[in-house]
Design a protein around this ligand. Sequence first.
Ligand code: NAP
Length: 295
Amino acid sequence: MPPENLIDGRGIADQIHTETTLRVESLKARGIQPKLVFVRVGDDPASQVYVGMKERTSRRLGIESTTHVLPEQTAESELLALISRLNADPDTHGILVQAPLPNQIDAHRVFSAISPGKDVDGFHPVNVGKLLLGDSSGFVPCTPAGIHELLLRTNTRIEGSDVVVLGRGNIVGKPMAALLCQKSPRANATVTLCHSRSRTLKEHCQRADILIAAIGVARFVTRDLVKPGAVVIDVGVNRVSDPSAPNGSRLVGDVAFDEVQPIAGRITPNPGGVGPMTIAMLLSNTVRAAEALTR
Ligand code: NAP
């Protein structure tokens, strides 16, 4: 029997998939076939796995999807030209350029080239700005959007709570903090954003009602950092060596799950917590991009 305080990310992602499938059917009934296009540059093995998973789940939900695979040496101008064609294609509703990109390509320039209305990853400066302004017409990056849904759908009290976000990355930490500090009954948290230069990180963590770890350091959040009863969200994906594993390594999160789970109010398993929600929000965003055409 799994512990009772686990947040079932897979189950909640499945609920969202069911809702998304109904929206896809409604679009199809109106003659619109939602379509998500992935662009992958090079042969990064993790990117291949991530894009493959997202593509399979898209198809399962009835969203058409294709992947453009470009060679590692692709010039930035070639990638920008492809994005320009996809921006102009009326049948493409969402565009996702998978990070990391090779060194010769400026990721910021690439994400800024995607039309904001097709930027289902939420990385375009217009969407980043809308998030900060509390303008819900933009796309929110999928991982923080998924964590927000996990908190809402488990009836976690966000309003008035002390939230500590570990990590100020542009993909998770910063947008997470921006979402939860909004003046809205769905947010209204007091948010502290910690990073590698934070002087009193431990003390901040110890008073968090909700602790969100997104730093990419294996098992960083130990029991002594967590207030008993706190909600703990583990975003990290870290490969550590494990001689007993078939390929000599395995993936672990940023939270020392075995020691934190017994004192946490609720906690995400890892895997099976945040990861499935990231995909669920990507597909929900894609359908929203297609729905915008019908208004
Ligand atoms: P990132 O952009 O590299 O940001 C990492 C942040 O962690 C930085 O702000 C860094 O501080 C901070 N940090 C690193 N070491 C630290 C330490 N010892 N103490 C305090 N802060 C520290 O990473 P990211 O893209 O946000 O990703 C974070 C993690 O989430 C990674 O493990 C990634 O694989 C995972 N992730 C998971 C999903 C999912 O769907 N499950 C999605 C996206 C990312 P500085 O700014 O001071 O350098």
